[in-house]
Design a protein around this ligand. Structure first.
Ligand SMILES: C[S@@+](CC[C@H](N)C(=O)[O-])C[C@H]1O[C@@H](n2cnc3c(N)ncnc32)[C@H](O)[C@@H]1O
Length: 274
């Protein structure tokens, strides 16, 4: 992942529609009254802030916010500032090293829009299970699974991608490299996630998919996130990728006269099977 602060997730993460998705997700996860929570892949702290808000009246809550991006953690710490009642511990680590970072078992592990990055999900789920109390909860969501693109979003995507590739070629003389798929593009479907959880000793408490109408601001700001640019325009410098994606987006949005483009989020809550 590119570590430049300029291309991080913060602007997208602070958009009201994204905050709403995750606030609803924390409601769905039923993690109230818990004391120790891991915010896995915390990024720039969007979910950490929601957790703090949710637990503001609780006493002795401890949140471990883990991410492998130092710049994201720095932004998260700045955004969060001082907290009352709640201790937030930022941990710079790969999620795969969870068992080294978290010494004692915890009540919940919340993992928002990040599980799709991990190649060996079975190994990670085993580690997560080993760090959860018996009644602990693993709650994750993702909008990068097979099934996240509704049919009525496909024309928009096709046009947006083709226009961007053409602009990169015509205006900058560049072409996107055919590279290995970045990890966030290798997607599992809902059934595969369910099977993985069961194979690794979890029972599923609840699972749901939600269709979300993403406004233009969402697509605009995600186009400034390094992972998105690298996924769509591999090998293109980030500044050029961002400019081209944002320009093409504005043009296509205008031409198709659309108000929003839908995307599906998968939400899962699971617990260790006793
Ligand atoms: C799309 S952002 C989501 C951030 C946050 N959970 C949210 O929803 O606002 C994904 C985050 O996962 C982090 N990440 C991806 N792979 C990781 C890994 N293997 N170990 C630690 N962090 C990882 C990235 O640095 C990034 O901050």
């Amino acid at each position: 992942m590119n570590t430049s602060e300029e291309y991080n997730f913060n602007q997208f993460s602070n958009l009201p529609f994204y905050t709403d998705i995750n606030a609803n997700f924390l409601e769905f996860a039923e993690i109230d009254d818990l004391k120790t929570i891991v915010d896995l892949g915390c990024g720039t702290g969007g979910i950490t802030k929601l957790l703090i808000k949710r637990f503001r009246d609780a006493k002795e809550t401890m949140i471990f916010a883990i991410d492998h991006s130092k710049t994201a953690l720095k932004t998260a710490a700045n955004e969060i500032g001082e907290t009352k009642n709640i201790i937030v511990k930022f941990c710079h680590s790969e999620v795969q090293s969870l068992t080294d970072v978290i010494k004692d078992k915890v009540d919940a592990i919340v993992y928002c829009n990040s599980i799709h990055y991990v190649p060996d999900k079975s190994d990670l789920l085993k580690k997560i299970k080993s760090k959860l109390n018996n009644k602990g909860i693993l709650a994750f969501n993702t909008s990068f699974f097979e099934g996240s693109h509704p049919d009525d979003s496909l024309e928009f995507f096709r046009k947006w991608m083709l226009r961007s590739l053409r602009k990169v070629r015509k205006e900058y003389g560049l072409s996107a490299k055919k590279s290995d798929k970045v990890q966030s593009r290798v997607q599992l479907n809902q059934k595969q996630y369910e099977n993985l959880l069961i194979e690794n000793g979890f029972k599923i408490n609840s699972i749901s998919t939600n269709r979300i109408d993403v406004p233009i601001e969402g697509w605009h700001h995600i186009s400034g996130f390094s992972d998105w640019i690298e996924g769509i325009l591999p090998g293109i410098p980030l500044d050029i990728g961002r400019e081209v994606l944002q320009k093409s987006l504005a043009e296509i949005w205008d031409e198709l006269k659309i108000k929003s483009i839908p995307r599906i989020w998968l939400s899962v809550s699971a617990s260790p099977k006793s």
